[in-house]
Design a protein around this ligand. Structure first.
Ligand SMILES: [Zn+2]
Length: 380
């Protein structure tokens, strides 16, 4: 974490979701620098379901420090399996072990001062997957222990389910009887820049069908749009990763390769490309508007100053850009029409934008937004 980074979170964010493994590894430091900012903690239980490759230090047979602490904190069969570098199996779980894991994670949440509790959870590939029911068991065990904080049931499932309306309805029915205050939705492996319009539309359908407050985890632009039209919350990584696989661990430190977020193009690019883009805008007689972090670097240097922005300024620019994007969406009386117009601008200027390699997803996003407008999803 860069020094000065936590100050930016409290200024431009509404709170931070920390990963339990990171918290365990750097508890004192994070408790101090994020004091009062930790909204929730992601228990990351699913990392113990897969092959231990993710949680093992490369070239060794020892667990990475954060996962070692995380497995030990989960305790029960998780610790038993992982201490021998074996993945957890559904048959390892019993009512007693669900209770033990739920209690231990609840205690950890208390230590972090979380305002919302994310129950420990399992990833499921399908509704018939035994992990889907075990996920409910973990949630119920959490409810047995927790009596104050709002508890969100985490739904971490294969993103391909989103394109199957019947499966989404099954999922809704599966969780409907539980006393969740809401849901945290993580379509595992969803990459908004390569997903189909059916998949992205499915995210809106599910968010509405669940009919309770929803938090969209690892949100990209379309998730934000869904959040804006459904009233859901969203969270995204510091650098707005638009994809989150089960096995990828977020790096602990801020990455210099984080990139510069271009709002018009809804993506991060390297800062030199951002300069090229701003020159092109000027060529089209469109004057770019800059945030205070950009202004600090442009001052006396012209656009070129952006190419050499320090990491902390890049991060601040990205946070301001996303904040403004979100505020623009929530204050709009016709979000979808506005979004369609903005996306259409990109599609119309594709030729001039040939230096930007990733524009293909705009077609998909345009179709998704149009369908949301013409065929708004609603409850059964
Ligand atoms: Zn800026």
């Amino acid at each position: 974490m860069l020094s000065g980074e936590p100050r930016l979170y409290s200024r431009y964010g509404d709170g931070v979701i920390v990963e339990a493994g990171h918290f365990l590894l750097r508890r004192k430091h994070l408790s101090r620098v994020l004091k009062g900012e930790i909204v929730a903690m992601d228990p990351r239980t699913p990392v113990f379901q897969g092959t231990p490759g993710t949680v093992v230090k490369p070239g060794t047979d020892t667990l990475r420090s954060s996962y070692l602490k995380l497995a030990r904190t989960h305790g029960g069969p998780i610790w038993k399996r992982m201490s021998n570098l074996n993945p957890l199996r559904p048959s390892d779980m019993s009512d007693g072990s669900c209770g033990e894991i739920a209690n231990r994670l609840y205690d950890l949440n208390l230590k972090a001062g979380c305002q919302i509790l994310l129950s420990p959870y399992f990833y499921f590939q399908d509704l018939e997957d035994p992990w889907a029911v075990l996920n409910l068991d973990l949630f119920e065990a959490t409810m047995d222990r927790c009596d104050r904080e709002p508890v969100l049931m985490v739904l971490a499932f294969d993103h391909r389910l989103l394109a199957q309306k019947a499966k989404l309805m099954e999922l809704k029915d599966l969780v409907a009887g539980e006393a969740a205050d809401g849901y945290a939705i993580w379509p595992v492996g969803l990459d908004e820049t390569s997903a189909t319009p059916e998949t992205l539309y499915g995210l809106a359908v599910l968010t509405i069908e669940l009919n309770k407050p929803c938090l969209l985890l690892y949100a990209g632009y379309i998730s934000m749009l869904v959040a804006a039209i459904t009233g859901a919350w969203f969270s995204n990584g510091v650098c707005f990763y638009e994809r989150r696989e089960l096995e990828v661990a977020q790096p602990l430190n801020f990455r210099p390769s984080c990139g510069y977020y271009l709002r018009r193009l809804r993506q991060r690019v390297d800062p030199v490309t951002a300069v090229v883009f701003y020159r092109m805008l000027r060529h089209l007689d469109l004057e770019p508007s800059f945030c205070s972090a950009c202004d600090r670097n442009i001052d006396g240097n012209g656009f070129e100053g952006i190419a050499t922005m320090p990491d902390l300024d890049l991060l601040e620019h990205n946070l301001i850009a996303r904040r403004r994007e979100m505020e623009a969406m929530s204050s709009s009386s016709d979000i979808l029409t506005e979004c369609l117009e903005k996306m259409n601008w990109v599609l119309k200027h594709k030729e001039q934008l040939s230096r930007i390699r990733r524009l293909g997803f705009f077609e998909t996003w345009y179709r998704t937004a149009r369908r949301l407008l013409e065929e708004p999803p609603h409850n059964r």
